[in-house]
Design a protein around this ligand. Structure first.
Ligand code: AKG
Ligand code: FE2
Length: 493
């Protein structure tokens, strides 16, 4: 079955709380919410609001309202008008600040007579927020709460010991990276969305001390490693030996598999260190012997592959990006890559996918096969390659994660979600191995060494060859040495 895209992929909300704000009527009163939440507000590319807008602009109705209501609907209108908002933000302003923007009869004189001068304290206060990163906006129903946050933030940044005793490097790096930071803080996002806010809006959350990764994300001495030296070989040997599809199962065994949501997958070994069970655990023999590469056929059912593909459509496939430079606060830039032309979507807790029945079932199955808890794995990255699309040779191991709470990626468990008519193989140039896509097949390889599972196995470079005919869908599940999910919540990965 070919999945059908459910909606225009550009019609998306940029913030997790959009539907909440839309429910609070913020779409009507806060132009920034409209900008960040086109889907929830039904505007822009999500435009089923065209009829509504047409009615609103009906000639007679508009004129009458202009004449009668030559007033401002918001106490901050004149200040905003002074700041040039009538031109910068005309849609909101001309609707809600008619008088201050001079869009109704008699407005010009009245506005001039009553308008506050450029020294309006509110205008000044908002201007001052530009000293701490993006200048903040305060509008709509939460305007007052936002201004309260702005006031507290200025006190914190200009007068508090909490801020002024921080190192100058930390002070310099503590910036609001979005004009909505104070608004988000005012609606409780510092507590609800810790990882994003502590990094993107530290002044508004008054948490500049946590910008420094060493303070925010201390080492966790009790963290349990997924693999010790020698465990990687044991893990692969166990997977090969126990593959249900490579054995004749008794009825009881088959029932047990079904009960535990385990498929009757069969394993093919493309490369292994030795046919003998590994005994030596040292880097020299790791380097001498070939690394593990195995596939697991019939690992996923058609229902499962189709559900993941459809989730990608629901979420919207977007051009894939690479991991870029690291910032002082530990956040990592994404960078457009010419080496990777596929599109991808994520199946996360935030977007409600990871906890759905089918993704949970798949994740638990993968976790059982690896013998590593599901929380050590990242979220599924669902990939879509059209004809000609590819991902050039790269390694999945990310060096800076070695010193992060999650530790490095130690394994890639790749799922093929579709058959591909031609091309699209996963190729390991150093090993001379190419695995072809097959719906329901999984491919498992280590990024780390058996004797030193925190260290990178440089031989595991790989590429996704261009699709020549058909459409390729796949999904990455990268598994880490330590819990990945918990530090993700606090911005520590
Ligand atoms: O699509 C593939 O076959 C592999 C993709 C891959 O290596 C990646 O996304 O990191
Ligand atoms: Fe990869």
């Amino acid at each position: 079955m070919k999945p059908v895209p459910r909606r225009n992929i550009e019609c998306i909300d940029i913030h997790i709380n959009c539907s909440l704000w839309a429910g609070d009527s913020e779409c009507e009163t806060n132009s920034s919410v409209k900008k960040y939440c086109p889907l929830s507000c039904g505007v822009g590319k999500c435009g089923n609001n065209s009829t509504k807008d047409k009615n609103k602009d009906a000639p007679n109705r508009g004129k009458r309202e202009q004449k009668i209501l030559c007033t401002d609907d918001h106490e901050l209108c004149s200040g905003w008008a002074d700041m040039g908002e009538c031109d910068e933000n005309p849609k909101y302003m001309k609707k809600n600040c008619r008088k201050s923007c001079g869009v109704c009869e008699g407005a010009a004189t009245t506005t001039a007579a009553t308008s506050k001068t450029k020294t309006d304290p509110i205008v000044d206060m908002l201007k001052r927020t530009g000293n701490f990163g993006e200048k903040q906006v305060a509008a709509g129903e939460k305007g007052q709460a936002t201004l309260d946050n702005v006031r507290e933030m200025i006190d914190y940044m200009e007068k508090s010991d909490d801020f002024l005793t921080l190192s100058s490097k930390t002070q310099d790096n503590c910036r609001n990276k979005n004009e909505l930071c104070s608004f988000w803080a005012a609606v409780g996002e510092c507590e609800a969305n810790v990882s994003f806010m502590k990094v993107q809006c530290a002044p508004a959350c008054k948490t500049c001390h946590l910008i420094d990764m060493a303070t925010r994300c201390p080492e966790l001495p009790d963290a349990v490693p997924a693999l010790g030296p020698g465990d990687l070989n044991k893990m692969f040997e166990r997977i090969v030996e126990r593959a249900p599809g490579n054995r004749t199962l008794s009825d009881v065994e088959r029932q047990r598999l079904e009960k535990s949501d385990m498929t009757e997958y069969s394993v093919k070994v493309y490369s292994r260190p030795s046919d003998e069970s590994a005994t030596e655990v040292n880097i020299q023999s790791d380097r001498k012997l070939p690394p593990w590469v195995i596939t697991l056929d019939n690992f996923l059912t058609d229902e499962e592959t189709d559900a993941l593909i459809q989730h990608g459509y629901d979420e919207g496939y977007k051009r894939s990006e690479d991991v870029g430079a690291q910032n002082f606060d530990g956040s990592v830039e994404s960078k457009k890559s010419t080496g990777r032309t596929s599109e991808n979507a994520w199946c996360t807790t935030r977007n409600g996918c990871r906890e759905k029945i089918i993704p949970t079932r798949i994740l638990n199955r993968m976790s059982t096969v690896m013998g590593i808890p599901p929380q050590n794995s990242e979220d599924f990255q669902i990939l879509k390659y059209d004809v000609g699309q590819f991902y050039k040779t790269h390694h999945d191991y990310i060096p800076h994660q070695k010193s992060r709470q999650c530790g490095p990626r130690i394994l890639t468990f790749f799922l093929y979600l579709s058959d591909v008519e031609a091309g699209g193989g996963t190729d390991f140039p150093d090993l001379g191995i190419t695995v072809m896509p097959k719906k329901g097949r999984a491919l498992l390889w280590p990024s780390a060494m058996n004797a030193d599972p925190m260290g990178k196995d440089g031989r595991m470079m790989h590429q996704a060859l261009p699709v020549e005919k058909g459409l390729k869908f796949g999904a990455n599940l990268w598994t880490h040495m330590y819990d990945y999910q918990a530090p993700q919540l606090t911005g520590c990965n």
